[in-house]
Design a protein around this ligand. Structure first.
Ligand SMILES: CCCCCCCCCCCCCCCC(=O)SCCNC(=O)CCNC(=O)[C@H](O)C(C)(C)COP(=O)(O)OP(=O)(O)OC[C@H]1O[C@@H](n2cnc3c(N)ncnc32)[C@H](O)[C@@H]1OP(=O)(O)O
Length: 182
């Protein structure tokens, strides 16, 4: 027995666009493990920020100019992210864009830290918004990569745009960004 009337066209097959959770990728697994400790992503059930990263297999492991790395995220701004009444703090928006850019560079090239970022706040982010973060990591030279990101709402509203220069970690940084802390 079927509940579908005979003249109903079959549902279109789901299109696999290649996006997978970050930890589904070999490089992404290390990055995702890092993210469980990070300022932005360490409280996936909390009331401040909840973020879920995804990557596209074609982007792993190395980006080129022709095929930039693709990392994206879904992010929710909760009541504890407040800045202006009812809206997200600019620092929370900047932090989300900063981390997404850093992870995009890591995915595309290797671990890196922000040397310089610029953020444009295009529209106030209402608390409770679930938005999408899109990133584009450019090609790297031996020491750094440029990268950009933006935060877009479900209706296409652009809330924030950022660009950054991320310095790729190498021998000369050995020991500088070790874990630990109090
Ligand atoms: C398993 C592995 C575990 C790994 C574990 C760690 C993982 C990490 C992941 C983090 C994931 C993301 C997280 C969110 C992103 C952050 O928020 S990272 C935190 C914020 N950033 C920081 O704390 C960085 C603090 N700054 C520094 O430590 C140093 O200034 C830096 C950034 C390492 C650069 O120092 P340096 O290596 O001596 O770099 P330097 O030789 O001066 O410059 C290299 C190149 O970058 C350019 N540059 C440097 N600074 C700037 C600047 N401010 N503006 C423009 N260009 C610049 C230089 O002109 C140079 O260009 P070229 O001459 O090569 O063309």
């Amino acid at each position: 027995m079927t509940l579908t009337p005979p003249d109903t066209p079959p549902a279109p097959a789901a299109v696999d666009d290649g996006w997978r959770p970050l930890d589904a990728h070999p490089v992404g697994r290390t990055i995702a493990a890092f993210a469980t400790r990070s300022f932005v992503a360490n409280d996936p059930h909390g009331d401040r920020l909840r973020i879920r990263y995804e990557a596209r297999a074609a982007a792993v492991p190395h980006a080129t100019a022709a095929q930039p790395a693709e990392l994206r995220a879904e992010v929710w701004f909760g009541p504890k992210a407040e800045g202006p009444p009812g809206h997200a703090h600019g620092g929370s928006v900047a932090a989300v864009l900063d981390e997404a850019m850093g992870l995009a560079v890591w995915l595309a090239h290797r671990a890196a830290v922000a040397a310089h970022i610029e953020v444009d706040f295009r529209n106030p982010v209402p608390l409770g918004l679930t938005g999408r973060v899109e990133t584009t990591a450019g090609p790297a030279d031996e020491r750094k990569s440029s990268v950009s990101a933006r935060l877009v709402g479900p209706d296409g509203t652009v809330y924030g745009e950022a660009t950054g220069i991320f310095v790729l970690l190498g021998e000369r940084h050995a020991g500088r960004f070790r874990g630990g802390g109090a």
